[in-house]
Design a protein around this ligand. Structure first.
Ligand code: GLU
Length: 310
């Protein structure tokens, strides 16, 4: 059964922006008669906070989200799926689609690039190192693994487009992005692609700060699982929630989590209705909001949350 998903990082309490994105992901999935999965993206051990998963699950449930279980579990956790990421990396390596990279962030920032290269992209420094050179560099610094993206005759990276239900076509150049960090952890882009594909996800709804990663992820999905698997994915990158100064909402903006809002007297139903109102949907249970849901009528601009309006 095709599915949508919400994939928070368990790095603390969800704030209003996260809850609103989760609600949108649920609405898109249920509206299109998909299953809805919850996946905790906990590969960054330093950012993972004990107890955050259970809290996030409660918060999402409190505003009405329901999840379909996978193998008897209400959610999956990336740290328990490491073997799957290793397999995918091996598959790519066996077909010559990876290379070891010894560059630090500073090396990449300071490297000279070809005149046509997009600023900030990987300059190709380690793409063609000899085995001897690689052995020498390995002794100095552990390697990360990068994708060896195709190049055209002029050496330009491929341009890939994805379809987005809110943003239209998103086109970016697919860089030699990192698949495995130099501490051995699978990189975000790799894990997302493996998980989405293996759990049947063909609808990706998330914050529009991640819109530019969609073409790279679609490209990788095509390499790993075939062009059809890549082209069946529909994306919807949704506007973020901003604070009154116009910056992306963050926990330091005060009472923006469910627990903090509850202390101020906001019930779970009122929190759900606040989020629905920001989406121009009627107050009440999500099943009823679904009746009025229409992606084409969603607000396209960010929602500015002003605590004083509560
Ligand atoms: N874990 C990411 C986040 O919390 C979302 C990744 C995704 O939806 O692809 O921002």
């Amino acid at each position: 059964m095709p599915a949508g998903r919400y994939a928070p990082s368990p790095s603390g309490d969800l704030h209003l922006g996260n809850l609103r994105t989760g609600m949108l992901a649920w609405l898109f999935a249920r509206w299109s008669e998909r299953e809805f999965l919850l996946r905790f993206e906990d590969l960054d051990a330093e950012r993972t906070v004990d107890g955050a998963e259970a809290q996030q699950f409660d918060d999402l449930s409190a505003v009405g989200l329901t999840f379909d279980s996978q193998h008897g579990h209400a959610s999956t956790r990336q740290s328990e799926r490491l073997g799957l990421y290793t397999e995918a990396i091996e598959q790519l390596t066996e077909s010559g689609m990876t290379f070891e990279c010894f560059c630090s962030r500073k090396d990449i920032r300071e490297a000279t690039r070809a005149p046509h290269a997009t600023p900030g992209t990987y300059p190709g420094t380690c793409r063609n190192l000899s085995e001897k050179e690689r052995a020498r560099r390995r002794a100095e610094r552990p390697a990360s693994l990068r994708l060896r993206a195709d190049r055209d005759e002029d050496g330009a990276a491929p341009k890939v487009s994805t379809r987005d239900q809110l943003l239209g076509e998103i086109t970016t150049e697919v860089d030699d992005f990192v698949l495995q960090r130099n501490d051995g952890a699978p990189a975000y882009n790799l894990a997302v692609v493996v998980d989405d594909h293996l759990t049947g996800v063909d609808q990706v709804v998330r914050g529009d700060d991640l819109a530019a990663s969609a073409p790279s992820q679609a490209y990788l999905r095509g390499l790993l699982y075939g062009a059809e698997a890549a082209s069946e994915v529909v994306y919807a990158h949704v506007p973020l929630v901003l604070n009154p100064e116009g910056r992306r909402l963050a926990k330091r903006d005060g009472a923006v989590t469910r627990s903090a809002l509850r202390e101020q007297g906001l019930t779970d139903d009122a929190l759900r209705d606040l989020l629905l109102d920001s989406l121009r949907l009627p107050a009440g249970p999500l099943a009823a909001a679904l009746e009025s849901f229409d992606p084409n009528r969603l607000p396209r601009e960010p929602w500015v949350f002003r605590p004083a309006d509560l």
